[in-house]
Design a protein around this ligand. Structure first.
Ligand SMILES: NC(=O)c1ccc[n+]([C@@H]2O[C@H](COP(=O)([O-])OP(=O)(O)OC[C@H]3O[C@@H](n4cnc5c(N)ncnc54)[C@H](OP(=O)(O)O)[C@@H]3O)[C@@H](O)[C@H]2O)c1
Length: 491
């Protein structure tokens, strides 16, 4: 349940880009899920907007097909038809002024009877934001009434660097106040990311150890086994650092590294994350000492990719969080495509015991805690025990806990986030200051790579360039992905 579970006012949800990949694979299954479980308001309308010509019925059929894929035979006809009756479609070209006249009329149609709250969802490429804002400003501002709200959800990436994020925000704030802007990073809606806080702050035994005195280093991997697929045109302009590094990876790090928030209220949570993002520090004097960029072999032959593209499909960083808690503890992070497996996890390696008095397995006797974010979500802890029998040799054993909750391609994160946006809870949406702090850290790396072009090729199905392994080897460490099985053992 959301923190604020008060009844919702009548809402019109307006989705720009309603026929696109994001809307069909994530948003509509999530909205239907919320509707089915009666989380949406009694008085609810959904207005889909995209470029192609479609009748209301044709659009409803398109939505039905995607929902059918997710819910299969559990989709009840009666539920579907009452949901379908909430949906309308409006064809529009984002850049054509006159197309918006119809749209404004349609959005405001029912306000005469009873004012409605408006939730705008921009499921479109960022280059269209400016045109959409320019045009809806004329119909949106006069529609504002007492007792109802207007909010806008913006997808990541929010801008392409520090400067463009600032410009985008300036444009947004001409129409919307900060408390009406919901910048989405769907990782924050994931059950397992939220569980990091529960794990840290609801278990008295770990928090006292969560600092440089007991932790040797932290590792994070956000790996995909897929390539760019049909998203080539978007990805080639974006790259791994902007697509995943600036947002998912740094937000994940903020959850691991944050101080205990004063409360779990939105402002306190956002401040706790921001305090980490503002303290990020590169792992050496020269960017190339602590940043490794790679590109998978065969990337330039993919659809819609420039044949001489230098876009990185992999990036690995060594960085520090400059706070008393973390002192000089390195965080090694990496993300990439076409890697050995699809996995997101955080591993924390604890320091070795100071006094050694066991047998020859002493070298390995570190404790490791792995938090698996996806797939097969769970927590594993590696401990040392005495090997049974004579002698005093040690062996490592693993304790596992698996979250047993359905995770269908991430759409459950969108359930949470859409519901929070309807209830006005911004805890799981990065504040402007968080976004700007991340860009401030990441932007110099973009510039440096642009000029130096140090992007190394790596084989598909590997763990990225060997230079990324060397980041750790130089410090006498190694990547831990796969060291613990977490919940793989249950499959
Ligand atoms: N896909 C994902 O899983 C995902 C995940 C996270 C974030 N995002 C972000 O979400 C946004 C949308 O991504 P997407 O993958 O859904 O893109 P997409 O599949 O290319 O969909 C784009 C949508 O915009 C519409 N559109 C494009 N140009 C238009 C124009 N000139 N006028 C009117 N409508 C137009 C398209 O309508 P037609 O189909 O009718 O042309 C379609 O509905 C991007 O910012 C992306 O970075 C996507």
């Amino acid at each position: 349940m959301p923190l604020n579970a008060t009844p919702l006012t009548p809402i019109t949800l307006i989705i720009f880009g309603a026929t696109g990949n994001l809307a069909t694979t994530r948003l509509f299954p999530a909205i239907f899920h919320l509707y089915k479980d009666q989380y949406t308001p009694k008085d609810f309308r959904i207005l889909g907007i995209a470029r192609r010509e479609l009748t209301n019925d044709a659009f409803r059929m398109l939505v039905r097909d995607v929902i059918k894929q997710y819910f299969g035979s559990s989709l009840k006809e009666q539920e579907w038809s009452s949901f379908a009756s909430l949906i309308e479609y409006q064809q529009l070209d984002f850049s054509k002024r006159r197309d918006y006249d119809n749209l404004c009329t349609l959005i405001g149609r029912d306000d005469v009877k009873k004012p409605r709250s408006k939730l705008y969802y921009l499921a479109v490429a960022p280059e269209y934001y400016a045109a959409i804002f320019d045009h809806i400003e004329h119909c949106e501002l006069p529609m504002r009434k007492k007792g109802v709200w207007t909010r806008v959800v913006i997808e990541k990436p929010f801008g392409t660097d520090f400067e463009s994020a600032m410009q985008l925000n300036n444009r947004l704030q001409k129409i919307f106040h900060e408390d009406e802007i919901y910048r989405i990073d769907h990782y924050l809606g994931k059950e397992t990311v939220q569980n990091i806080l529960a794990f840290r702050f609801a278990n008295g035994m770990f928090e006292p150890l969560w600092n440089h005195e007991f932790i040797d280093h932290v590792q994070m991997t956000v790996a995909e086994d897929d390539g760019v697929g049909a998203r080539g045109a978007f990805y080639d302009k974006t790259g791994a650092l902007r697509d995943v590094g600036q947002n998912h990876l740094l937000q994940l790090l903020a959850h691991i590294a944050m101080e205990k928030p004063k409360t779990l209220q939105p402002d306190d949570l956002r401040t706790a994350r921001l305090d980490v993002l503002r303290k990020l520090k590169g792992g050496g004097p020269h960017v190339d000492d602590w940043v490794v960029s790679g590109q998978y072999d065969g990337y330039t032959r993919e659809e819609n990719i420039h044949p001489s593209s230098k876009t990185e499909t992999f990036v690995s960083l060594k960085l520090f969080v400059d706070t008393p808690r973390w002192n000089d503890i390195p965080f090694y992070v990496r993300t990439g495509k076409k890697l050995a497996r699809d996995v997101t996890e955080v591993s924390i390696q604890f320091r070795k015991p100071v006094q050694k008095f066991f047998g020859h397995a002493d070298n390995d006797e570190t404790n490791i805690l792995t938090l698996r974010i996806q797939p097969d979500e769970g927590i594993a802890l590696r401990l040392n025990v005495k090997r049974a029998g004579h002698g005093r040799d040690l062996q490592q054993v693993e304790m596992n806990y698996c979250y047993k909750h359905p995770s269908a391609d991430g759409h459950e994160a969108y359930d949470t986030l859409l519901l929070d946006a309807m209830h006005g809870d911004q805890s799981l949406f990065p504040h402007l200051d968080e976004v700007m702090a991340s860009w401030k850290f990441v932007t110099p790396m973009l510039g440096s790579r642009k000029t130096k072009r140090t992007v190394v090729l790596y084989p598909q199905g590997s763990w990225g360039p060997k230079e990324a392994d060397e980041l750790l080897v130089r410090d006498g460490r190694a990547w831990l992905t796969g060291a613990l099985q977490v919940c793989d053992i249950h499959h």
